[in-house]
Design a protein around this ligand. Structure first.
Ligand code: SF4
Ligand code: SF3
Length: 543
């Protein structure tokens, strides 16, 4: 049987066009195709739930959660485990069949809502339902843009759900939009509008997560985070799920094991709640793509709560644990429903037998500039803008990645005029958060709001500045946007910014392969979206 796949959902897609033989991320064709099938059956389930709602019938929260986790499972670098993905397809089909039986009007349902099959049929079916099953290039492009945005939205919803916060409207929209990506009656224009509506719900989804995080853990505040190591053995926590971190910190109390953050977990240090744990050590390492070397030298167990997993080396594979939507074949997965205490004892026991981490860096980095903290500094910031001490803000949020061309972002940060301030969120920050960029009148030149979802804070800050300066349009602010993307959460952040009316966003290091020339043209003409060029040229453009 021919072993092919097609995936172009992330920035590192092969040849900037599509992974067809194996994923650059390490995804096998088998896993890629099963992920396509999982997306397909999740869309089928969503068509059924959407039709049920139209008939005035309620949809259970657990079904909403299933949709979100399924999508999250297919995000780049989240889950490489075909057994786990297959099990999710089986569960989704069973749930869908049950709900289908409750539905009176079934006439307009797409094929995905009616299809059912057992495990033996999955491989063949999977090959027929992927990205290329939509023949028209522009419709395909828009359907994928929307699907990827929804994956990002699903991921953020999932984190809020884990903190027992739900927004039924977001879930209903997510499912309706998923179902619409299967509707052949929709035009290019319909899909462009749907993409913008996705942005609206992207804002709502990030607001929900922000509320979930801040009500559980307090508002992020200026914090210096240690980059060095202590002498105890440690557990390294990566990914975005703060609830997992909380449970692990609770369970490690008095165990003699320290807990360190990695990559997107760094912003956990900014929340007041986590400061009470004496064994909450610093941040170890950098963005996700350097994990092979850094997990090696960490010596202790690593808990991946979300993407981004790099296929692990055998030397540390038995120390790598997954939970939530993540999975890797051969790595142990820790289960646990929302509201339940996950049992991390196996990880803690393993940590006790491991050596302490090897120090790879020293010093500290400062972050915690989410909305409340920045609002508290508003007078100082407004004064600095009025006096000309701050000429411009540069939003450099998003993702980091391994592409060599991304050194652009470090060079760009270094080349920025000294009277400019970087606003950041997401793992993109690792390209410049350890540079000595100094400060302006006590305001650091890199203001880190937090994880990629905390781009929401950056939007709130922009809206606040607009209000303070009495402007009509957010684009009149001295803010420029130079965003780096990698995976699908950056897609929902982008759609959210477009929805908020932000124009002239620069997106790099390359434009998404899933934008067809015509769709790219729509984005350029209506929103001024552009790529990046050289540091020198872009500097001239921005300043
Ligand atoms: Fe390729 Fe990215 Fe898809 Fe992985 S997620 S298969 S690297 S496009
Ligand atoms: Fe990074 Fe994977 Fe996107 Fe949350 S950890 S930003 S890439």
């Amino acid at each position: 049987m021919e072993n092919t796949m097609f995936c172009y959902q992330c920035q590192e897609t092969a040849g900037c066009s599509g992974c067809t033989k194996a994923g650059v991320c390490g995804k096998t064709p088998e896993v890629a195709n099963l992920q396509d099938l999982l997306v397909y059956v999740t869309k089928g389930l969503s068509a059924v739930t959407t039709a049920l709602r139209a008939e005035g019938k309620p949809v259970d929260e657990h079904v909403n959660h299933m949709v979100s986790v399924n999508l999250f499972t297919t995000i780049t670098n989240a889950n490489f485990d075909k057994t786990a993905i297959t099990a999710k397809i089986v569960d989704t089909l069973a749930t869908k069949e049950k709900l289908l039986a409750e539905l009176v009007h079934q006439d307009h349902l797409p094929e995905a809502a009616l299809w059912n099959g057992d495990v033996s049929s999955f491989e063949e079916k999977a090959k027929t339902v992927g990205v290329l099953s939509t023949k028209d290039e522009d419709i395909r492009s828009l359907r994928e843009l929307i699907t990827y945005g929804l994956k990002g939205l699903a991921a953020y919803s999932k984190h809020a759900n884990a903190l027992l916060k739900d927004n039924a409207e977001v879930d209903a929209f997510l499912q309706e939009a998923l179902a619409k990506t299967l509707d052949d009656r929709l035009s290019v224009e319909d899909y462009v509008n749907l993409a913008l509506t996705c942005g609206k719900y992207g804002v709502d989804g990030m607001a929900l997560l922000d509320e979930a995080n801040t009500s559980a853990y307090g508002n992020p505040e200026i914090t210096e985070v240690d980059l060095g190591v202590r002498s105890n053995p440690g557990i390294l926590v990566s990914g975005h799920d703060l609830k997992d971190l909380e449970m692990l910190l609770e369970q490690t109390q008095g165990s003699g094991v320290d807990v360190y953050t990695h990559s997107e977990m760094l912003p956990a240090h900014y929340y007041p709640f986590f400061k009470k744990y004496d064994n909450f050590a610093g941040n170890y390492g950098n963005a996700w793509w350097k994990q092979k070397e850094e997990f090696e030298s960490f010596h202790g167990p690593i808990l991946m709560t979300t993407n981004c997993i790099v296929p692990p080396s055998d030397s540390y594979k038995d120390r790598l644990f997954t939970t939530g939507a993540t999975g890797y074949p051969g790595c142990r997965h820790i289960d646990g429903a929302y509201g339940q205490n996950k049992d991390f004892s196996e990880i803690i026991e393993l940590a006790k037998k491991c050596e302490a981490p090897e120090e790879i860096e020293t010093g500290t980095i400062t972050g915690g500039f989410a909305h409340e903290q920045v609002f508290a500094l508003a007078d100082k910031i407004v004064e600095a803008v009025k006096s000309g001490a701050i000429r411009k803000f540069v939003v450099m949020a998003g993702c980091d990645g391994r592409a060599g061309s991304r050194s652009y972002y470090s060079d760009f940060a270094k080349a920025l005029p000294k009277d400019s301030v970087i606003l950041t969120a997401g793992c993109a920050k690792y390209k410049y958060n350890k540079l000595a960029l100094g400060e302006i009148g006590g305001i650091p030149r890199v203001l880190d709001a937090g994880q990629c979802n905390d781009s929401y804070s950056l939007a709130l800050i922009a809206l606040k500045l607009k209000e303070v300066f009495g402007l009509d349009d957010v684009n009149e602010l001295p803010i420029v946007y130079n965003i780096s993307w990698y995976e699908q959460k950056a897609v929902i952040v982008l759609l959210a910014l477009l929805y908020l009316g932000v124009k002239n966003i620069h997106l790099g290091p390359t434009l998404p392969a899933f934008l067809s020339p015509n769709v790219a043209k729509v984005l350029v003409e209506n929103f001024g979206i552009a790529g990046i060029t050289t540091v020198e040229e872009d500097m001239n453009l921005f300043f």
